[in-house]
Design a protein around this ligand. Structure first.
Ligand code: GDP
Ligand code: IMO
Ligand code: MG
Length: 429
């Protein structure tokens, strides 16, 4: 394996990235989050303890690893400190173990309020965001009214920027949405400076750090958040998140040259079926008992919001698309065990649209809405795959499932995950 690896979501998020990154982290020196924010909810289970990580990379539970929050993310200091407190028992001192880019943009309380107001105004057409202020924080960044951690080192400069950003948010709330912000800018100012004191020792030029690490042959693991189909450019727009959650966000999000980052191995994580939270197209969605069975067996409820996840059969049209745009070297199939109790398993190999079969994921929502999946039906395995450790113990029907995925996506399946625990996986290549 090359010295850097990207592990990212191939679907609409919640593929099990946290579990996979945690289990692979032992072989790496750095674990790096490069986009998104606390909209992510990455579950890591170690022994009888369960951690939901939102901002902190999923390598944090391993001793001696450097975890990096790069500038491609948007960070609420309040949530970061809360999360640090949750893992404090294990981590102890965060210095040398957690690094935060000086260029990272901050999420302020007004971003969260604007997220809610924006969703409310959309009515039935709402995106179903996590209400963590992610979209509005990226809007501030691109509108050049955002505030970076670097800006907090000069309290007067920060004061001026905050006042300007706050006035703008207040105007939007009042004039566009007819609501008041009900926030005190002075409180935000002093609270932020206070929280900054806790974070200050962790602030670093992470672009430089990563460039040096990669050139020195140190091992770097990049952890995607959300999933390819939620990518702002390539996902099911406008039902997407506000960052490049595919591999396309790696270079801009880390500040590492595309040439250097392009040498990484890329693994896409995909559930053995599909889930989605929030609104938007989902061609293989099951709104029947089978869908409920997937939800029950897979315990499909959001890590960040607790919302029930929408469920459906594995969509190989979307996966083929994800394999292509990410340049995937391998697929990691998670939650295989959830299919153990199904007599028959379906996978969509194409979509039927106006009498034609299409194999490439379309951009047009009106087409997607009319697409009917073309299914291949596979025999189930009628055995428990939970915790399988040896390749020889994998049922032949599972190999058939793997062959179909590989054939349709032209990507090797490298690992199966067969339970939520760190130890429940098997390499198949
Ligand atoms: P992430 O956002 O991609 O990290 O995924 P989440 O943590 O939001 O959701 C994945 C859920 O599935 C979590 O509850 C995990 O503990 C669980 N999980 C991960 N891998 C497996 C697996 O192979 N089998 C089962 N049954 N659960 C898994
Ligand atoms: P992880 O990293 C699943 C979805 C939201 C909504 C859309 C936009 O745990 O896989 P946002 O708050 O980002 O503006 O919401 O994106 N979404 C996720 N869905 N997993 C996630 O993260 C998600 N992060 C955002 O439900 O549909
Ligand atoms: Mg999640």
């Amino acid at each position: 394996m090359k010295n850097s690896l990207v592990v990212l979501g191939s679907q609409w998020g919640d593929e099990g990235k946290g579990k996979i990154v945690d289990l692979l982290a032992s072989d790496y020196d750095y674990v790096v989050r490069y986009q998104g924010g606390s909209n992510a909810g990455h579950t890591v289970i170690v022994g009888d303890k369960k951690y939901a990580l939102h901002l902190i990379p999923s390598g944090i539970l391993h001793e001696g690893k450097k975890n990096i929050i790069t500038h491609g993310m948007v960070v609420s200091l309040e949530e970061l400190i809360k999360e640090m407190n949750k893992v404090k028992d294990i981590v102890g001192n965060f210095e040398g173990r957690l690094f935060i880019s000086d260029r990272v943009h901050l999420v302020f309380p007004y971003h969260k309020i604007l997220d809610g107001l924006n969703e409310k105004a959309k009515g039935k057409k709402k995106v179903g965001t996590t209400l963590k202020g992610i979209g509005p924080a990226y809007v501030s960044k691109y509108a050049r009214t955002g505030i970076r951690i670097a800006d907090l080192f000069d309290p007067q400069y920060f004061r001026d920027r905050l006042q300007q950003a706050f006035n703008e948010a207040k105007n939007i709330a009042e004039k566009v949405y007819n609501e008041s912000l009900n926030l005190d800018v002075n409180k935000i100012y002093f609270d932020t400076l206070k929280m900054f004191e806790t974070i200050k020792p962790l602030v670093a030029d992470t672009s430089l750090m990563l460039d040096k690490a990669l050139r020195n042959g140190e091992k770097v693991l990049f952890e995607g958040a959300q999933g390819t189909m939620l990518d702002i450019d390539m996902g099911t727009y406008p039902y997407v998140t506000s960052s490049n959650s595919s591999a396309l966000g790696l270079s801009s999000g880390t500040g590492v040259s595309p040439k250097l980052i392009g040498q990484s191995t890329v693994y896409g994580v995909s559930k053995a079926y599909v889930t989605r939270v929030g609104a938007g197209p989902f061609p293989t969605e099951l709104l029947n008992e089978e869908g409920q069975k997937l939800r029950d067996e897979g315990f499909e409820y959001g890590t960040t919001t607790g919302r029930p996840r929408r469920t459906g059969w594995l969509d190989l049209v979307a996966l083929r698309f994800a394999a292509r745009i990410n340049g995937m070297d391998g697929l990691i199939i998670t939650k295989l065990d959830v299919l153990d109790k199904f007599d028959e398993i379906k996978v969509a190999t194409g979509y039927k649209y106006e009498g034609e079969v299409i194999r490439d994921f379309p951009a047009r929502l009106d087409i997607l809405e009319k697409c009917k999946p073309v299914y291949k039906t596979l025999k189930g395995w009628d055995k428990s795959t939970k915790g399988i450790k040896k390749k020889e113990d994998i049922p032949k029907e599972v190999w058939n499932f793997i062959d179909t995925i590989e054939e349709e996506t032209q990507t090797p399946v490298v690992m199966l995950s067969t339970g939520p625990e760190r130890t429940e996986y098997v390499w198949v290549k």
